[in-house]
Design a protein around this ligand. Structure first.
Ligand SMILES: [Zn+2]
Length: 368
């Protein structure tokens, strides 16, 4: 049934009209018996008003006039109830909302107790490895939208992501070739998604769930494909160790995690906060060392030149992520560089790219 009978008061005159009410895709269409259109009420602007039993009385949400519609046929009233966003005769919406409040109260109480007992970092560290990959991926996607928005200054005529314009495609193909080598060697349970973006810093960032952004500034500074691959391998280390996820859980707290588990976090303020914590906070020295070590092993495994990561770290002062401070000639950076050189395979590596492919990768942001 897509239409039924109703009684309509236009709110201006006191006339009581017998009308035909039609359930149109966007709202209720109210017409007189002879087919003259009287009103159209979008489904999200309809509210239920008090009425005696077995009459559904409706009004326009926020309306100041006394415009009313009454429906007496219970079957048709139920159909209108289904469509109208704020009409809830059967009480199912109210019941769902009540259940939600209960769940959230329990969750909030439980997280407060856990936090009081263990402290947030310890809980984040314990929970991170338990997080299902699908949830991590979902978290990564939600954070990605925010991170992109924060990174994209809009100060360029071309797309934020390099490698999409015709002249940039060969560069994108060269990057894919590098990524293919690294991914096979890494054998992660999730596929990586790597892009070069128009940012001037010599930097890169990994998000939860396998998204890696390489900034154009890093491509500019690199002298060969191994130097790019080395930094990406370091970032893959953060993905494999779930450092980004842990940082978000620490920064945004437990309610965020529980919200995520309940599938209710996308688009909330917590995601903005999470994106900021990914962009602004830096990892601990231990996490950086572990990512270096992972990156070195990965480059060795991929038969690439791991020493290139050390060279690049020297060039960029150890800052491989946006939140890190540049520590040129700093003992910390020197120690990282030395450790990478120590663990890099000394055997000759096979080049990641042909010279022509490397030239193409250098032009991945040419914008033409
Ligand atoms: Zn790092």
């Amino acid at each position: 049934m897509s239409s039924g009978a109703g009684i309509y008061f236009d709110g201006v005159t006191s006339a009581r009209r017998e009308v035909v009410v039609e359930l149109a895709p966007a709202g209720l269409k109210i017409s007189s018996r002879d087919g003259k259109s009287l009103a159209e009420w979008p489904y999200n602007e309809i509210e239920e008003l008090d009425a005696r039993d077995n009459v559904l009385r409706l009004g326009r949400l926020g309306s100041t006039t006394l415009e009313r519609l009454e429906i007496r046929d219970p079957a048709f009233a139920a159909e209108v109830d289904e469509h109208a966003a704020y009409v809830d005769r059967t009480g199912s919406l109210r019941q769902r909302q009540r259940l939600r409040v209960i769940v959230w109260t329990v969750v909030a109480t439980a997280s407060l107790l856990l936090v009081a007992w263990f402290g947030v970092p310890a809980i984040a560290a314990r929970l991170t490895p338990l997080l299902p990959i699908s949830v991590e991926r979902k978290l990564g996607d939600a954070v990605d939208v925010q991170v992109r928005g924060m990174l994209d200054t809009g100060k360029h005529d071309t797309a934020f992501e390099c490698g999409t314009a015709p002249a940039e495609i060969p560069g994108r193909n060269a990057l894919n070739k590098v990524m293919q080598r690294l991914e096979v060697a890494a054998a992660l349970p999730i596929p990586l998604r790597t892009s070069v973006v128009r940012r001037d810093e010599a930097n890169a960032i990994a998000l939860p769930g396998g998204r890696v952004y390489v900034f154009r500034g890093l491509i500019d500074k690199a002298e060969n494909a191994d130097e790019i691959a080395g930094v990406i391998a370091h970032e893959i280390g953060h993905v494999a160790h779930r450092d980004g996820t842990r940082a978000i859980l620490e920064g945004a707290g437990l309610s965020f995690l529980f919200g995520m588990l309940l599938g209710d976090f996308v688009g909330g303020g917590a995601v903005v906060f999470a994106a900021k914590s990914v962009l602004q906070s830096s990892y601990t020295r231990e996490a950086e060392t572990a990512a270096d070590s992972y990156g070195t092993d990965l480059m060795n495994k991929a038969d690439a030149d791991a020493r290139a990561l050390a060279n690049m770290l020297e060039k960029i002062g150890g800052a491989t992520e946006p939140g890190m401070t540049i520590l040129m000639d700093h003992p910390e950076t020197k120690a990282r560089v030395a450790a990478i050189r120590r663990n890099a395979a000394s055997r000759p590596s096979s080049p990641l790219l042909e010279p022509s492919e490397w030239a193409a990768l250098k032009k991945i942001c040419s914008g033409l």
